[in-house]
Design a protein around this ligand. Sequence first.
Ligand code: NG6
Ligand code: CA
Length: 506
Amino acid sequence: MKNNLFALLLCALFSCNTSVDQNNPNIIVIYADDLGYGDVSSYGVGTLETPNIDKIANNGVRFTNGYASSATCSPSRYALLTGTYPWRNKRAKILTGANLIIDTSEMTIPKMLKTKGYETGIVGKWHLGLGNTKIDYNKKISPGPNEVGFDHSFIMADTQDRVPTVYIENGYVVNLDPNDPIEVNFKNDDYGLPSGTKNPELLTMKWHHGHNKAIVNGVPRIGYMKGGEKAKWSDIDMADKFLDEAKKYIDKVKNKPFFLFYTLQQPHVPRTPHPRFVGSSGMGPRGDVIKEADWCIGELYNHLEENNLLENTIIIISSDNGPVLNDGYYDDAVEKLGDHTPAGKLRGGKYSLFEAGTRVPFITYWKGKTKPQVSDEIVTQIDFLNSFSTLVGSDINSSDGVDLSDVFFNNKGDGREELVLEATTRTAFRSGNWVMIPPYPGPAKNYNVDIELGNSKEYLLFDLESDLSQQNNLANSNSEKLQEMISRYQEIIGKESSKVEQLILE
Ligand code: NG6
Ligand code: CA
């Protein structure tokens, strides 16, 4: 008792720093947008250099079989935060001005961590929807990140290519002038405002497909927006802004255990590097914004080091889906690519059921705890909830997630055996080194983005061990394996399957 009192007194005197508690490490998930497996140089398959990510990757665990749940953004983010397969939630599709797709009663990583005393924050892209009815950006916007577990949020609502082009902090549009209210419109094509189609003379970036409505900062966007002049973000300063907000958040909460979801906007379109990075990659704006993102990650790392937080902070770096070059703007991504391979040797890309859609850079790092390693274990972002839960001593679990805390943080144990992959509401199945993609209607390729989608009239079956690039369909030659894969896949998809079929046909 005496000792306890003494400890309490010391605590009061020196303002106890709970973040040195090894059972409650800080957790930072850095989540890039559309960063491909080959876009990180430590993966050794592309030619773009990412020295800051490499430093973390080479000192942490670099997973070669790490997956986002989906080949697009909103479903992947949904799955990451809830530990639930996105095809169980029919609203988990690419969102545009949509309402919140996480039910406020659902378990999430930040909610689970809060039960263990964590501070929880998100800075960056959200893209999980806001509100329950038509969103009024001039009032408190709710529910949103703060209603599904985040104590603090500084976000852009959807993506950089969608209106409203404003930041939202804890439910309120930043710098909103009440005399200049914001109106947003995604449907009416005659909204009367300058747009990509009507006013090409105002454009500093040309649209290729979609993205032909409101012009903000010379860039045409998806949807129209009126008002909110003072609240509009500066595209070229976005990376600096999010970094600054992330650092500010860390400074504010560093005396407690904290979780930060730092969701970078790069290299999603429109690619608007700060002038400091223009030309830095020699690959045009797509390469330049990856250089910018890499720099931001280095700055965040330095900030943790300067604040003596590195030893007790887990850093995870990954991406929400695979790479795309032309995602709707003429920005030289294709022309200046040179011999860089954003997808490495993987087939497909963003939107695709082939490997490059979902297999992404995936790095875990915990200074002094996790030893440098390259791991071929199969791991997914769906597993973060259960793994973090074990780490902090919680018994909260999702049923789709697997506890991979040993694989992520202790250099031991086995990864997953199997995984359902998702791409624009279609699903495929990986088990061991085998991948089965069921037949789907629709074009084999999206010619706008120049990506093979994985649609085919036949079942596709690949052995990734001997055929990483998914060139040899073994469905006919190995019908036994195919049947085994189909049965297990159907078993997992189970009663959800009719719903999924319906979505696919929509
Ligand atoms: C698509 C957009 C694409 C991108 C994507 C979302 C068109 C033609 N394409 O609808 O540019 O914004 O949505 O990307 O509008 S994601 O990474 O957030 O899922
Ligand atoms: Ca994305």
